[in-house]
Design a protein around this ligand. Structure first.
Ligand SMILES: [Ca+2]
Length: 295
């Protein structure tokens, strides 16, 4: 009886989760082996090595972009240090940023703001092994396991294509990687080689990250010279814009700024930023930060 209790306790400890024998792993293993031609022994070895990370589960249950208000976001991201670091980043990487701006139509300040919000310009790319995040969320998240299992399969494909060690690469609790924090499917679909070495590397190449962010935004509807937000007032939104399909929303977003309420409507380019991270406050933080870099 005592032994059984002990074994039960052991099984409940995160370190003893074995994703190669998880009840939902068979479908993933089959897809990787049959559809994508991976060796079964390799897939099992990787899943066996993956560790359950309970903090990934708790973080994904209350993501910052859902629980934090604009005031919280502003306090975190629109800070003197980050603004100074961003300006420095622009100075150092001006050639690449201007090349991307010309090629994709995305201003250097926006690309830099995304890098600033995502990883503090590469200083915080995440400390989770991506294999741990994606197995934990893919097999044990009650709400979005299907999405994360799909990203897990994408991770196998990405690491094979890019010759990366699947057991070593790190990222956020949700599996976002590199300077620009791309999830596996985005990495495969939108990341580009922008330093010309023939290899797409969001972990080590700032140039690749810059080009990839610009490419991502363009592919998600960024319009050169387009508007991001239109500042407006409570009762005359329609005066400025007639509702049409390309507007993100006709109801203005409301943010408190120094005790005054400001009302915005997001335009096409606002929506493109929000595709990076589905959140109005996220897109506002990027926009605000980008404006600070111009000052
Ligand atoms: Ca490259």
């Amino acid at each position: 009886m005592k032994t059984l209790l002990f074994i039960t306790l052991l099984l409940n400890l995160s370190i003893f989760a074995d994703y190669s024998i998880h009840k939902d792993s068979e479908k993933v293993i089959d897809e990787l082996v049959i559809k994508h031609g991976f060796e079964k022994a390799y897939v099992l070895e990787v899943l066996k090595d993956a560790k359950k990370r309970k903090t990934a589960l708790s973080s994904v249950a209350r993501p910052a972009e859902k629980t934090k208000t604009w005031d919280d976001y502003r306090a975190i991201f629109i800070k003197k240090k980050r603004i100074i670091d961003g300006k420095k980043f622009i100075k150092i990487n001006i050639d690449t940023l201007e090349r991307a701006e010309k090629e994709f139509g995305v201003p250097k300040e926006i690309i830099t703001a995304i890098l600033g919000v995502e990883t503090n310009f590469g200083n915080n790319m995440g400390s989770y092994r991506v294999i741990d995040s994606l197995t934990t969320l893919g097999f044990d998240d009650p709400r979005r396991s299907k999405f994360f299992r799909s990203e897990l399969i994408q991770l196998f494909l990405l690491t094979r294509e890019n010759n990366l060690d699947i057991l070593k690469i790190k990222g956020s609790y949700a599996g976002a990687m590199g300077y620009s924090q791309f999830i596996s499917s985005s990495y495969r679909a939108y990341a580009i080689d922008y330093d010309g070495d023939g290899y797409v590397d969001l972990f080590n190449s700032i140039e690749d990250a810059i080009g990839s962010i610009a490419n991502y935004l363009k592919r998600h509807g960024w319009k050169k010279e387009g508007k991001i937000v239109v500042q407006t007032f409570p009762n005359n939104v329609r005066k400025f814009y007639k509702p049409h399909e390309s507007l993100t929303q006709f109801i203005p977003l409301t943010f408190n700024e120094n005790g005054e309420e400001l009302h915005f409507i997001g335009d096409d380019n606002f929506r493109a930023i929000a595709r990076y991270n589905i959140s109005d406050v996220y897109a506002m933080a990027v926009y605000y930060l980008s404006e600070e870099f111009k000052k």
